[in-house]
Design a protein around this ligand. Sequence first.
Ligand SMILES: NC(=O)c1ccc[n+]([C@@H]2O[C@H](COP(=O)([O-])OP(=O)(O)OC[C@H]3O[C@@H](n4cnc5c(N)ncnc54)[C@H](O)[C@@H]3O)[C@@H](O)[C@H]2O)c1
Ligand SMILES: [Zn+2]
Length: 355
Amino acid sequence: MPETHYTIVIGSGILPSVWPQIKAAHGGFNRFVVTDEHVVAAGHLNTLLGGRPASHFIIKPAGEVSKTIDTAVAIVEAMEKAYFGRDTVVIALGGGTVGDIAGFAAAIFKRGVPIVHVPTTTLAQADSAIGGKTGVDSSASKNAFGAFWHPAAVYIDIATVATLDDRQYRCGLVESVKHGLIADAGYFEFIESHLDAVLARDLDALETLAEHNCRIKGRVVEEDPFEKNKRRILNYGHTIGHAVEAASGYELLHGEAVAIGIIAAGLIEGELGLSEPGRSDRVRAVLEKLDVPTKLPADMAEEMVIDLLRHDKKAVDRWPRFVLLDRLGQAHCEAGQYAVQVCREIVEKVVRELR
Ligand SMILES: NC(=O)c1ccc[n+]([C@@H]2O[C@H](COP(=O)([O-])OP(=O)(O)OC[C@H]3O[C@@H](n4cnc5c(N)ncnc54)[C@H](O)[C@@H]3O)[C@@H](O)[C@H]2O)c1
Ligand SMILES: [Zn+2]
């Protein structure tokens, strides 16, 4: 099992320096890059390699449809065809899809070789590149095959998100908002007061975001690497978010569904007397300014969302647990547990209020 402590390098325009750093850290190892067609088209593979030849695998089509066991098998077989062995380091250059597939392939190749993440989306830089969760989907569910496989290092070039399309860019920021809500009120306030700069992809603002995201997620994961309890706080907004994402047939992007889930969690907090004056309005205002949805799509049946909640993978007695806030920057903890029971009546009422 790789170390849970690893180097995270954050900077603007650092991509050209990443290759020599990986070479120095893994002297004598073969380097194998996994990326996708859009990341290549945006020029990031060229920048990473700087004209050097390197074995690589380009995922086509880009995105969740390719997050399958077949793609992981194809990557493993490409490494074998190149005569690569245990002395190989896999480099994931791309968003969360690339990171999850490449991380999984690295975890299973010859019983595990190091993975280096070079995330290029707002979601991957804030969330998926850190924490060691890897996996691919089955035909029935997301991340059905998976492994915890911590990276050897993470290199975050915040400038790479300049080429990301607007919808992807905005929805990846929802995880940053989540980090502020669960762990750091000051960070939430920073996002709130610097949203224009963040939306303009201002590099100073993005650097501050990356530093906070890595510190918050890193600390939580270090405390609870295998998600026994504390790590569950990272699922804030995700219980109803995942159900909404599935109910949309994955038409909604993950961050969009989580935004609705964060609003729902706030409504549950209101029902349970956990709200603070003005908090839910501030959260809603930030999400609205990000231009992510805060209501269920008009054509989505509430019953479908409720039914999907019963199928939540973390459900106990066919009903999931919820992460809630005590106050801004502080997750609610009940009898030592961060994922708590909420009765069906309240959840059903809240889902109906998401109109
Ligand atoms: N492992 C974890 O802890 C974790 C956490 C959250 C999400 N995830 C997973 O992450 C995935 C979603 O990640 P994502 O939102 O980054 O999606 P993604 O990797 O599919 O990227 C979104 C789109 O942007 C393109 N793209 C990526 N970087 C680009 C760039 N710099 N310029 C232009 N285009 C670029 C991609 O090709 C893709 O079309 C899901 O599969 C989800 O399950 C994993
Ligand atoms: Zn998420």
